[in-house]
Design a protein around this ligand. Sequence first.
Ligand code: URA
Length: 231
Amino acid sequence: MRRLDQLLSSLGYCSRREAVSVVKAGRVRQNDVVLTKADAKVDPHAITLDGEPLEAPDGLLAMLHKPVGYICTHSDGEGPTIYELLPDQWLRRNPAVTSVGRLDKDTSGLLLVTDIGSLVHRFTSPKADVEKVYLAELDRELDPQLVEIFARGDLMLRGEDKPCLPAKLEIVSAKTARLTITEGRYHQVRRMFASQGWHVEKLHRERFGPHVLGDLAEGGWRMIPVEQAAR
Ligand code: URA
């Protein structure tokens, strides 16, 4: 059970103060009975506001198809951010939604966003072992030897003291490859190819753990049922 005004404000609908007038206006029901008190203890799943169930009362998880040119930051001034592509209400939630890890400005594809702190940790901790699948377009023809080089688990990136974990490279066409990694080091995919003399011209993430981008339109988002995300 949750206090109604706190519930509405934590889900980004209104401030706790505004909740008083929202409730007074008869807009909130529990099991179809109009509520009259903003401090009532309620079951979040039995509440409707203006006839609609509350959005993601147990925490929100969604996938975004990040376009190239957007940055993964909450601070402004550095160009368009991924948060501009999401509903304002998600940013008014407390805690606000945040991305699960980041993609570079020049990378497109699947990015998870959530307000569930434990999920962010689960998916991004160094021990997480979550597969991330990228499609990379290179500046020149790929060498099949890269498959073995990336798979060995001894690839050192400049400035680091531990080799990358084994990664799976699949050559898709002369200059296109699909790379599966389980770590999330800074600019990892670009730096892995750079270490062998290739430049990544385009990078796109197709999959993050069990979540696949599929046909989600660029710039679009889709909710993921939280039960499905193994909390
Ligand atoms: N590797 C990169 O180089 N960039 C990304 O955005 C993600 C992985």
